[in-house]
Design a protein around this ligand. Sequence first.
Ligand code: SAM
Length: 364
Amino acid sequence: MDVFQLQTPLVEFIRQTIRAQGPQSFAWFMQQALYHPERGYYSSGRCTIGRKGDYFTNVSVGPLFGQLLAGQFVEIWRRLGEINDFVIVEQGAHDGVFARDVLEFVQRRAREFFHALRYRIVEPFPILQRRQAQMLETFRHKLEWHDSLQPFTGVHFSNELLDAMPVRLINNGREKFVGLDGEKFVFVERPLFQGTTASESSSDNAAFNQPALDWIDEIAANLQRGYVIAVDYGCSDEDFQHSVQVRAGHRNLDSPFEQIGQVDMTMPVDWRSVVLRAEGNGLRAAGFTDQHHFLTGIISGIDCAGWDRSVIPDSKKATRELQTLLHPEMLGRAFQVLALAKNVDAEAAPLAGFKFARQPGAIG
Ligand SMILES: C[S@@+](CC[C@H](N)C(=O)[O-])C[C@H]1O[C@@H](n2cnc3c(N)ncnc32)[C@H](O)[C@@H]1O
């Protein structure tokens, strides 16, 4: 099979659009490949994560990741005064495994918190909503679904949400578009348009992630009081230079034009631009560190949060999960964690996850 010559309805739709309207931005192309309403890699439900799928995430490593994050959520709930209407909002919940891991754990280990919380999944795709509902059947009374963010007090959580958002490819005042050479997809470079906004031209780096900035605007508008915790892989240097990664069957493919709609496409997150936008919107950077330090902080903070130590792995399987999540050569360094806060005491000590961060609120 020639991987560049797939003749699927999605590929035909992309070709027809380019023929009719000329080259399209990479963001438009990535949006179709991942989120075309019926045929995208995610929106069609084709994506499988984990050993038998295309790639691993923290969540697919095992339940420990959700259990440790549950510890961080309990601490946040305490900081907000153990309120009764605490909401955990998750976006990018995929098949609902993280939600299940958190809810199963707090039901057993933090009953008061369990009674006080509601779990809200923001999920635009019906097929994924159905899968989540199946996975979370036992917790039906705790859950609600929305297709966009709604006002909330509590914590917003995401794991690998931002890296899956469609990006424009901008470099040195030029933008890469997707065009056609006969039937073949090719990149076509063009100078940036005259009407380019200040943020687009100032982010003259490898990628411009407008949906991530829109997402921050929405979070800022809906978070009444509490925290945002975003786990993702990316870069906090001023000189952000990365390229799109294409993943299938635990391999990286060479080109985004291979197996369009059948494979994952992802771009590392430019954390600086996210934090700048957040601060401009009244959110405070309350912590930034790598996953290794974040999870170590939670583990060592658990006593202070009034948890029993049974959260610490006590089986061979859990110990292996912990190694995978923490080890610098595995997921420990590759992933970073950003916390943003709104209407919470700025003088309070950092959250447990950030107590080993070099400068808890500083990026870079
Ligand atoms: C890389 S996967 C991560 C899945 C899961 N969080 C995990 O770690 O295993 C990205 C997920 O984000 C979802 N997603 C992308 N944009 C979204 C949005 N605006 N709202 C909700 N989910 C979104 C995709 O459908 C996909 O399920």
